[in-house]
Design a protein around this ligand. Structure first.
Ligand SMILES: [Fe+2]
Ligand SMILES: [Fe+2]
Length: 302
């Protein structure tokens, strides 16, 4: 499945061709000057963290829309930080490897994509008039250590943890006619370009795992399982609940205890989990317990 070095170079070459043929420029491909459409959502209702709770039932339609808008802003704010973290790793691939191979050229292309995506996310946030949800100070500090992580299954796994989870949610949003056109176009652009990033990271993860011994592999799985536990808390900033008069702490607890939201998280992680199962990243009792704790693994998964 991993293939030889030349197979991986071939994949990179194919991705380079596809990147040259199909890409968007969010500055021109999104009509930023067009006003929001009255009554349309920023996220589908059933993907808002409190959907299905009694609290949700008590919210007015306007409040529901407002909460969805704040959650969308939180998610794209997280997207910017996650892409910045990813770019730290990608830049190292460029500096540590042979700079002239198709794989390195594709890595540079991917960095270019992420720069455009983050700019697009930032512009979207600006248009909503809501302040970006900043990452916790500790997470900002931890960013420095990402550069120390050896390039391998954990680093590619981390990339997939971000990209595949957002991808699954965005595929649903981009075709939802109840969602604002700006948001739909933003997700469409992201989905198209991320599909290539996902192919690349999957192929590199498998290849890099094959070069490791058992202990190294276990450490990589462990790092990834820890990172998985940060997704649910990083994706939605607790400050979003203030927009509908709920204390941040209470809102987060409601969301994390919400069965429906747990299903949403498992839905977003479904394809990623299938790939991690297949590539052996979820092996081990402690590792699986950590994945269950992350809420990304469905409750009934063993
Ligand atoms: Fe991206
Ligand atoms: Fe990406």
């Amino acid at each position: 499945m991993a293939g030889t070095v030349s197979d991986r170079e071939k994949t990179a070459r194919r991705l380079l061709t596809s990147s040259a043929e199909k890409f968007y420029d969010p500055e021109v491909d999104i009509d930023w000057d067009a006003p929001w459409v009255d009554g349309l959502r920023f996220l589908p209702d059933h993907r808002v963290t409190l959907f299905g709770t009694e609290t949700w039932a008590r919210l007015t339609p306007e409040q529901r829309l407002e909460l969805g808008k704040h959650e969308a802003v939180s998610m794209v704010s997280y997207g910017i930080y996650a892409e910045a973290a990813l770019m730290h790793i990608l830049l190292r691939l460029v500096t540590e490897g042979d700079p002239a191979t198709p794989r390195t050229r594709y890595t540079l292309t991917e960095i270019g994509d992420e720069c455009r995506h983050s700019t697009m996310f930032a512009r979207f946030i600006e248009k909503t008039g809501i302040r970006a949800y900043r990452q916790p100070r500790l997470a900002a500090r931890a960013m420095k250590f990402i550069s120390l992580l050896p390039i391998g299954p954990a680093s590619y796994g981390l990339a997939l943890l971000i990209e595949e989870i957002l991808d699954r949610g965005q595929r649903e949003v981009m075709i939802d006619e109840d969602v604002q056109p700006h948001m739909r176009m933003l997700t469409r652009i992201h989905v198209l370009e991320e599909a290539r990033h996902i192919t690349f990271a999957r192929s590199e993860l498998v290849a890099s795992a094959e070069r490791l011994n058992r202990l190294e592999l276990t450490i990589n799985r462990f790092v990834l399982a820890i990172a998985a536990n940060l997704v649910a808390v990083m994706l939605i900033h607790p400050g979003v609940y203030k927009a509908v008069g709920i204390r941040p702490r209470d809102g987060r607890k409601l969301a994390l205890d919400n069965e429906h939201y747990r299903k949403t998280l498992a839905f977003m992680a479904e394809k990623l989990i299938a790939f991690f199962e297949e590539s052996g990243m979820l092996k081990g009792r402690v590792i699986r317990a950590l994945w269950h704790r992350s809420k990304l693994l469905p409750k009934d998964a063993r």
